[in-house]
Design a protein around this ligand. Structure first.
Ligand SMILES: Nc1ncnc2c1ncn2[C@@H]1O[C@H](COP(=O)(O)OP(=O)(O)O)[C@@H](O)[C@H]1O
Ligand SMILES: [Mg+2]
Length: 312
């Protein structure tokens, strides 16, 4: 061999080596590409399945909401009949001075009233879930609304020996809101305050004006605070209690009744309060040092409502 031949051979050998390694690289890349394609297909299939599951869940959620709303409507009609007739019978028993029948009929009317309240709560919850709450906005004075709700608890407060204090709200300006919604917000908070406060305790309702820089909604607002001297709430539950059907404590231990100590309820009150307050562009939260049925640290519920609603 000559020097030139050797050089040629060396070059050929080098090139063959490069070609070989290129071929291996291409093979590797092709395999990688195939792996990718398979993974991508699997992902697409999984995505499709997820989407289907999601649609099914959405359908289920709608069916559940429809079910609650339809049954609630359907239950309301016969219930109205029962309480209407019981009312008539009670008047009759009163005329005839039949004490025993009066007592039974009052019990029946109490029961139907409670059922009515539960059905209303279910309907409220369903319309909050469906985002179909209708608000009739008007400038409202808080004082008469608070007093009206408080009045409906006069008997319960006396029975449970709980003092209710309502602060002077004369200086509080009007709030643009729906009177029925405000009534419900105060009613749910007040009934809870009474329910979770032992006999002999104290509940107060206060209101104050907040300038924009002090308001969590950054607008001129009115803050309503419902405070009690009750059993309090564990800090880890302060947010959870606003979710629907959430109740602390052992459900089976609850006595029933809207104002009985620790009386049971459907666990919708605070979820409705939050839904309504949010629909009014406000904020609601709870504060308590903790839950203790011996020392009774008490709880505080704050509702902040902007004085004006945005133009719609
Ligand atoms: N003022 C309060 N003091 C202590 N616990 C409270 C108070 N208000 C609400 N809670 C707790 O929050 C839970 C949820 O309240 P709510 O949604 O009104 O349902 P319900 O009154 O039907 O139990 C209650 O079961 C109770 O454990
Ligand atoms: Mg309640």
């Amino acid at each position: 061999y000559q020097e030139g031949d050797l050089n040629l051979l060396r070059t050929l050998a080098d090139q063959t080596a490069v070609a070989l390694s290129n071929a291996r690289l291409v093979e590797g890349l092709t395999r990688l590409n195939n792996d990718f394609r398979r993974a991508y297909n699997a992902m697409q299939k999984a995505n499709l399945q997820l989407e289907k599951a999601n649609q099914q869940l959405e359908r289920l959620d709608r069916t559940k909401s429809d079910f609650i709303s339809v049954t609630s409507h359907e239950l309301r009609t016969p219930l109205t009949l029962i309480s209407g007739y019981a009312q008539l019978l009670l008047e009759d028993a009163q005329k005839q001075n039949n004490e025993f029948h009066q007592q039974l009929l009052k019990g029946m009317i109490d029961g139907t009233n409670r059922m009515h309240a539960i059905i209303s709560s279910m309907l409220d919850m369903a319309s909050i879930d469906a985002q179909s709450i209708k608000l009739r906005l008007e400038p409202l004075m808080l004082s008469p609304l608070v007093r009206m709700v408080a009045k409906s608890y006069t008997e319960a407060l006396k029975e449970r020996d709980i003092t209710l204090e309502i602060s002077d709200m004369q200086g509080i300006p009007t709030v643009e809101a729906d009177p029925e919604a405000i009534e419900k917000i105060i009613d749910h908070l007040l009934s809870n305050a009474i329910k979770y406060t032992p006999d002999g305790g104290k509940v107060s309702i206060t209101a104050r004006l907040l300038p924009p820089e002090k308001s969590p909604v950054r607008e001129e607002s009115v803050e309503i605070v419902v405070q009690d001297t009750g059993i309090g709430i564990d800090p880890k539950n302060l947010d959870l209690i606003f979710t629907k059907f959430y109740q602390t404590g052992e459900i089976s231990l609850h006595s029933s009744g809207k104002t009985k100590f620790k009386g049971g309820g459907p666990g919708l009150g605070l979820a409705i309060v939050r839904g309504l307050v949010q629909a009014l562009n406000g904020k609601v939260w709870a504060y308590s040092e903790g839950h203790d049925e011996e020392t009774c640290p008490g709880s505080r519920f704050h509702v902040v409502l902007p004085r004006k609603q945005p133009q719609r």
